[in-house]
Design a protein around this ligand. Structure first.
Ligand SMILES: Nc1nc2c(ncn2[C@@H]2O[C@H](COP(=O)(O)OP(=O)(O)OP(=O)(O)O)[C@@H](O)[C@H]2O)c(=O)[nH]1
Ligand SMILES: [Zn+2]
Length: 212
């Protein structure tokens, strides 16, 4: 599958599965133990002795986006959709990510729309792509652009629109300590970037609609 994907698509950093250089289990547990000491607590007390192991395991789950290839998720498409070529919008895709500056959570929702050009992709694959990028260290801007660009490059639709709204715990729990503020980012490609009416329609459908 990897070989097929590489052949049909231009190689670019956001589409490939990254090459990882993970430390050994022993190294990561030692590092977590050091962080525990940095909190001021005692890593040898009963409640904390297994914490380095738990944190190592939790990190593998929360950052499993480095082990997956978003382009591969979009590889299977369908053409039998009775000529449907209007907007497909998957909205309110909840995600958890981590900011690359402080490694604390970013919690939010992604809304992803595209205008098909002959083929569509399974709806769950859109949410999978969101999760893959979310499960890497991120900025909200980069994540928004990565989701839009990989869908545009792999599916080759007439256009892609991505809107992300998220709360950054690094702004809520520390530093400026502004709880409840959300950041909105958007990326438009193809018809969406050329046509303001299509952007408005996307935004209206994200905000309105029947299933609220
Ligand atoms: N543009 C952008 N900034 C982010 C994101 N996540 C966190 N940040 C910001 O990254 C910046 C890092 O700023 P620095 O001055 O290097 O770090 P800092 O001293 O911890 O900053 P403060 O949060 O202001 O205390 C902060 O302003 C964060 O709010 C993101 O997804 N996008
Ligand atoms: Zn941060």
């Amino acid at each position: 599958m990897d070989a097929v994907i590489k052949k049909i698509m231009p190689a670019s950093a956001y589409m490939e599965k990254p090459v990882t250089d993970r430390p050994s289990q022993q190294e990561v547990e030692t590092a977590v133990r050091t962080l525990l000491r940095w909190t001021g607590d005692n890593p040898d007390r009963e409640g904390l002795v297994d914490t380095p192991k738990r944190v190592a395991k939790a990190f593998l789950e929360m950052f499993n986006g480095y082990d997956m290839c978003p382009a591969e998720e979009l590889g299977r498409t369908f053409e039998e959709v009775a000529g449907y070529d209007d907007l497909v919008l998957v909205r309110d895709i909840q995600f958890h990510s981590h900011c690359e500056h402080h490694m604390v959570p970013i919690i939010g929702k992604a809304h992803v729309g595209y205008l098909p050009d002959g083929k569509v992709v399974g709806l769950s694959k859109i949410a999978r792509v969101v999760d893959i990028f979310a499960h890497r260290l991120q900025t909200q801007e980069a994540m928004t652009a990565q989701i839009a660009n990989v869908i545009q490059d792999v599916l080759n639709p007439r256009g892609v629109a991505v809107l992300i709204e998220a709360e950054h715990m690094c702004m809520a729990m520390r530093g400026i300590r502004k709880q409840g503020s959300t950041t909105l980012t958007s990326t438009f490609t193809g018809t969406f970037s050329d046509n303001a009416d299509e952007q408005i329609r996307f935004m209206t459908m994200v905000r309105g609609g029947l299933v609220r």
